[in-house]
Design a protein around this ligand. Structure first.
Ligand code: HEC
Length: 183
């Protein structure tokens, strides 16, 4: 009982002492580096860069770790070259149509429709027009990959949504949809 009283009194005294401190002055900080980091803050100025900013974009052409560079340019010639020459690195054991289907449903079906025939929610409601039926397009694995990378016409690029291997899974799934449509 005595010790409980002692503890209560000492807590009271401690709280009283702390609360009597000068509120306009910064008190002792525990590990101040947690509040004021040693590296440059994201939005602070930084004399080491020409534009004086700490936040820098990656250098043009930077490839994320584990990704491959894509050398075909975003031109009609690039599209045609990819259509002819660019081949999938996935062999038949690595192709996973279920994965391709999942990704297609997330990123493509909203415009292309689950079957790839262009009959999607958006085209039926006249919200997005000009979506082709894959059956009517002369597409190859290379051209599909190219279109995912850069987009085509009113379709935008999907390069940032899909990683390299995922793009190829979608490419194979689009080809399987086209096969089903042309049966
Ligand atoms: C916002 C709607 C939209 C989305 C989302 C979309 N597309 Fe498209 N896509 C289009 C339109 C519109 C065209 C026709 C472009 C043209 O030829 O002008 C097209 C064309 C294509 C073509 C044919 C291009 C050619 O070479 O003729 C392919 C292949 C294709 N899309 C694949 C995909 C894939 C794969 C995805 C998902 C990663 C996707 N699209 C997402 C609207 C979309």
């Amino acid at each position: 009982m005595k010790s409980l009283l002692k503890i209560t009194v000492s807590i009271f005294v401690l709280v009283a002492l702390i609360s009597c401190g000068d509120k306009t002055k910064r008190s002792v900080q525990y590990m101040p580096d947690m509040y004021r980091p040693v590296p440059y803050e994201a939005y602070s100025t930084n004399p080491n860069f020409k534009d004086g900013l700490s936040s820098q974009k990656p250098v043009v052409g930077t490839i994320a770790r584990g990704q491959s560079p894509y050398d075909y340019p975003n031109t009609e010639a690039g599209y045609n070259a990819a259509k002819l020459d660019f081949k999938s690195p996935l062999d038949s054991t690595m192709v996973d149509l279920n994965k391709g289907k999942k990704l297609f449903k997330i990123y493509c079906a909203i415009c292309h429709g689950n079957k790839g025939n262009g009959q999607s929610v958006l085209s039926k409601r006249d919200k997005f027009n000009g979506v082709p039926n894959y059956k009517d397009r002369d597409i190859t694995e290379g051209s599909i990959y190219h279109v995912i990378m850069y987009g085509r016409g009113v379709m935008g690029s999907h390069a940032s949504q899909l990683r390299d291997e995922e793009r190829w899974q979608v490419v194979h799934y689009v080809q399987s949809l086209k096969n089903d449509l042309t049966k």
